[in-house]
Design a protein around this ligand. Structure first.
Ligand code: PLP
Length: 371
């Protein structure tokens, strides 16, 4: 008898993501060391030196603290949120999985505000949940529009157990205000569900300041905030994120989490990233990135390319055929994210990188667009 995986696994594939794929590069004969990666939206100025130093100094011979007490204490002080409201994770990606596992049963409805990061849907489907989508409209230079009233009606109609909102959204870069999130939360609660707001790019909002949702969180009913420390602090290889959530959710996450999932170097780097020096480093990086984003957007406009206006450290650019443009750029040692998996085959997503790298991308795009 052949033993098969559980039924939800049938027909689910791994989600497409940015970042370099050594297997693909090998097939194309491209040397990974030569590739500039615009496909993962990470702070290109790198972490504060003290953050790397803290990770390097860590003794890795013993198991890490399963409770991540030092890191949670530092986060608690930094954010003004009690320890019992903080759940660490091996990147925020782990927390997405754990939340779905903790709260979804087969046939539950789960609503994803799209087009967005693919992991929410995957995590829900693996639990056997039905995934409903409520999509923004993506309209080129006209921007992105989310019919919030329509979304609220859909929530009341479908009564999903979980609603997933990425804010600012990957890949469209639009940001809901605190008032808009509050309206959504009230309706999700009325429908008996939980609202997960993924703030992975919160610290890399380059235009304006995102509203602080921790006040809304502490009202304490159905809101969960996900934060990533891998993007702003350029620690994607180390893996570190956390959830801010009511204590009963934090307890459920602690049960669902495999032991020692957050490594000792990641915990040490996370604590160091909250120090005043590292915060100043990040503020400096953001000022530089805001300037770099403006220059890159202007350069794309000069090439006649439409950039969907967004607030974060990545740009959604309409190029005609995203897959072909990605491949043509990869052959020139530049990797961008083709957005077909988001349902946007005419677009690529481009992280804002260092000025000289952005200039290289613009020069290459001039050669390859229109294909
Ligand atoms: C919207 C969003 N959430 C979460 C993640 C996962 O981030 P982490 O590195 O913290 O697991 C990503 C990574 O690309 C992302 O784009």
């Amino acid at each position: 008898m052949r033993v098969r995986p559980n039924p939800p696994f049938e027909g689910i594939s791994p989600v497409a993501h940015g970042a370099l794929d050594p297997g693909e590069l090998e097939r194309l004969g491209v040397d990974p060391a030569e590739v500039v990666d615009f496909s993962a939206s990470i702070n290109p100025y790198g972490p504060a030196p003290a953050v790397l130093e803290a990770a390097r100094r860590t003794d890795v011979s013993g198991y890490p603290d399963r409770e991540c007490l030092g890191l949670r204490r530092a986060l608690s002080e930094h954010l003004g949120v009690g320890l019992s409201w903080i759940a660490p994770g091996n990147g925020s990606a782990e927390l997405i999985d754990l939340l779905a596992r903790a709260y979804l049963s087969p046939d539950d409805a789960s609503l994803v505000v799209g087009p967005t990061f693919g992991e929410y849907g995957r995590a829900c489907r693996l639990c056997g949940a039905r995934v409903l989508r409520w999509d923004r409209e993506v309209g080129g230079a006209g921007g992105v529009s989310l019919d919030l009233d329509g979304l609220l009606e859909a929530v009341l109609r479908e009564r999903p157990r979980m609603v997933w909102l990425c804010n600012p959204n990957n890949p469209t870069g639009d940001l809901l205000s605190g008032r808009e999130v509050r309206r959504l939360l009230r309706v999700v609660e009325e429908a008996g569900g939980l609202l997960v707001v993924d703030e992975a790019y919160r610290e890399l909002v380059l235009r304006g300041e995102p509203d602080d949702l921790t006040g809304l969180l502490l009202e304490g009913r159905g809101l969960i905030l996900l934060r990533s420390m891998t993007k702003a602090h350029a620690l994607a290889g180390l893996r570190l994120g956390y959830a801010l959530a009511p204590p009963e959710v934090v307890r459920a996450l602690a049960v669902a989490r495999p032991p020692w999932s957050v490594s000792a170097p990641a915990q040490a780097a996370g604590i160091a990233a909250l120090s005043p020096g590292a915060r100043r480093h990040l503020s400096r990086c953001k000022r530089l990135l805001a300037r770099d984003a403006e220059l890159l957007t202007a350069g794309l406009a000069r090439l006649g390319l439409t950039t969907v206006p967004g607030v974060a450290n990545f740009l959604l650019v309409e190029v005609g055929d995203g897959g072909r443009v990605r491949e043509a750029l990869l052959r020139r040692n530049l990797q961008v994210r083709d957005c077909a998996s988001f349902g946007l085959p005419a677009h690529i997503r481009v992280a804002v990188r260092l000025p000289e790298e952005n200039a290289r991308l613009l020069a290459a795009l001039e050669e390859v667009v229109p294909l």
